[in-house]
Write a protein that binds this ligand. Sequence first.
Ligand code: MN
Length: 502
Amino acid sequence: MDRSVFDRYQVWFVTGSQHLYGPETLKQVATDAKKIVAGLNAGKSLAVELIWKETLTTREEINRLMREASADHRCIGLVTWMHTFSPAKMWITGLSELSKPFCQLHTQSNREIPWDTIDMDFMNLNQTAHGGREFGFIGSRLRLERKVIVGYWEEKDVQARLDAWMRAAAAFADGREMKLARFGDNMREVAVTEGDKVEAQKVFGYAVHGYGLGELAGYTSAATDGEIDALVKEYEKLYVMGKGLESGKGRERVRTGARLEIGMRRFLEEGGFKAFTTTFENLHGLDQLPGLACQRLMADGYGFGAEGDWKTAALVRAMKVMGAGLPGGCTFMEDYTYHLVPGRSLVLGAHMLEICPSIAKGHIRLEAQPLAIGGKDDPARLIFESSLGPAINVSLMDMGNRFRFVLNEVEAVAPPAQLPKLPVARVVWKPKPDLATAAASWIYAGGAHHTGYSRAITREHIVDYASMAGVELLCIGEGSTVEGIRNEIRWNEMYYHLARGI
Ligand code: MN
């Protein structure tokens, strides 16, 4: 997915002040804010364009701007900056009514204190250190979720933190309009992929629409020979074709894969869907479990979940938006099998077929191989290794009284040997801090077997996204302990119960 997903969004840069300092100071405040906005936009390090707004100095101005921001469909959030002191009672109504996320940038126009020349004029103008605290108090007093970033605005790490928040805000805005198509229902008897769809739409905006397979089969059977020929040519250009796919049964299997892709893509485009699920138990009217189609649709930015897992499909879409334009990719994933060797324990992550090639490293093979489940013809699929390095696995569960995210920081590593007989795409990773701690913590947390896996985004993006949705997030990484996570779970049970009220 490329960065163009951000083009329709804006983040408004809002500076707070008051009238006590006189017009000269306020003029300088506006000049400095414009300089910061222009500098940040020119730096190209932020995903979403910042829009400078007039300095807010009264309650009436604040209320008006907050209402405008809430109503403006392009605005996905606010960056607030207190260049001077801005008495925060003025902000109560506005912030209470704001329906968009906000991020407090606790920065200064100047990097250093001018020790030799500093006087009271300078002190009057540059009051972030205490103005930002007054503003922070009212955010906490109102119990508002927000992000606070501290540091000089030209620093790379400050811009990276702001970029992560913008990407999360874009995914949050995208989610509020997300329509998800479910082909078939949930895999029978599976628990963790279920959940409250009404609550999901309230909390995240995800709208889940179910369809019978017959409706999709109508689209796949309508794909013409010409369309299928053209798509198979594209496959031949992009992928290393497996043996036996040039003619006969093998050729037919690739063509069936192409037919499924054409039909599913048309269905999703016509319906304005951003994510979808399939399930191998519901394939009536389809000749294969869609593997190749799911992989290629994911690579184009669709969220996907197997076995009817709409929560993971929506999460994968959100993670794809957060990582748009960044290297590393994002995919639907499953912890599949372990390498349980003391000190060198690893997880092999894969699925029956549906791993997104956006995470691929090296060449990608297209093959049609038997699937030992589902009782259909051998499905076409892409097989590849993944790129290596830091990654995250994230899952989303419905715990009955609330949603919960669980995240594990992992390191994708080269497999200790080739896997010549494994006919699916895969990733081998080392969980942090180690497999025993990570897997036990994950299991105590009720973490799902399905995840969104990404090397494009980090823990910080998910922290911001969960905060915007007001949803619990448990992070397992360096320094985590099983007892620590178990205590967090116990405390969170109380917090989320009480915070919700009656
Ligand atoms: Mn699965």
